[in-house]
Design a protein. Structure first.
Length: 308
């Protein structure tokens, strides 16, 4: 399947892997790119040298294009913005902020800029700033989320901008891919399903928690302070929601979750850590390689879209 996104990124299949903090490192990004999709290294709050090492590791594992997701609230964002230029990555996706101040630098280096947006207004602004495409991410996603659902957000963003739109949030198989294409998207971004891939290096307990999740097992914390985050229910989320309901301060809630994602992803503490995953987790029930995931999604989607 050829779209403007496959042409833009030089990839075979219009599937992009989400730049998940602590999850999306060199092995996962390289495996997705090797399988014909577009792998992404999640910079999160990592120092610039760590991100540089991930990029160089990924280059040793694949000669296919891949990108870096930069969380613009990171204290290292300025340094990482320079690292991606020096290391010559193919594309940058951005979240948690406005990448406008880096656009000229990235574009001059030939880097494609693809901001993640949760509203039509932000999508329009990113297009005016020179973005090559946008990821329209619905509230079904894991991690930090907006308010609009994927089903409502994607077609409105498609109607609002001329650049290609990539759909994200609640997409985990060929049916979701086909639906996104029907809404006007030209690629999809998947995160949660790649978390349980064979090449993903997260702790086995993290993978098992996703594989055992039911349809109603995700929870959103942080709405009261304007920083909603979706993850799977556990001891930590129950405590968080209890404190939130009792009017706890932002600082008190932040202290509860400090280091929580690392505890879950690296240490395997799925009771007291942050098990970030989207609502699609309830549908994910098997381990596969990245290539198997991508091939299965594309085969099912092409059948549904009557492309084969």
């Amino acid at each position: 399947m050829k779209t403007r996104v496959t042409e833009l990124l030089g990839i075979e299949k219009p599937i992009i892997q989400g730049g998940m903090a602590w999850v999306a490192e060199s092995h996962l990004a390289a495996a997705v790119s090797e399988a014909g999709g577009f792998g992404i290294i999640g910079a999160a709050n990592a120092p610039a040298d760590v991100v540089r090492n991930y990029i160089r590791e990924a280059k040793q594992m694949t000669d296919k294009p891949f990108g870096v997701n930069i969380m613009l609230m990171s204290p290292y964002a300025d340094e990482i913005a320079q690292v991606v230029v020096e290391e010559g990555v193919a594309a940058v996706t951005t979240g948690a902020g406005n990448p406008e101040k880096y656009m000229e630098q990235w574009k001059a280096a030939g880097i494609k800029v693809i901001p993640v947006v949760a509203s039509v207004a932000l999508a329009r602004r990113m297009e005016r700033c020179g973005a090559d495409a946008v990821v329209a991410e619905g509230t079904e996603s894991g991690g930090h989320i907006g308010q609009a659902t994927t089903m409502t957000l994607v077609p409105q963003v498609v109607d609002a901008v001329e650049i290609p739109v990539i759909a994200a949030g609640g997409i985990g198989d060929g049916r979701g891919f086909a639906a996104a294409i029907m809404l006007g998207a030209e690629a999809v971004q998947m995160g949660t399903r790649f978390c349980v891939s064979n090449e993903c290096t997260v702790h086995e307990k993290y993978k098992e928690r996703i594989l055992k999740a039911k349809d109603i097992d995700s929870e959103v914390t942080g709405r009261s302070h304007g920083h909603p985050v979706r993850g799977l229910r556990n001891k930590m989320t129950r405590e968080y929601l209890k404190l939130e309901a009792n009017g706890a301060s932002f600082e008190e809630l932040e202290n509860l979750t400090l280091g929580g994602l690392r505890r879950a992803v690296v240490d395997g503490d799925t009771d007291n850590g942050s098990v970030l995953a989207g609502q699609i987790a309830g549908m994910i029930n098997k381990r596969q390689s990245c290539r198997e995931i991508i091939d299965e999604v594309m085969d099912q989607a092409e059948t549904l879209l009557k492309l084969k």
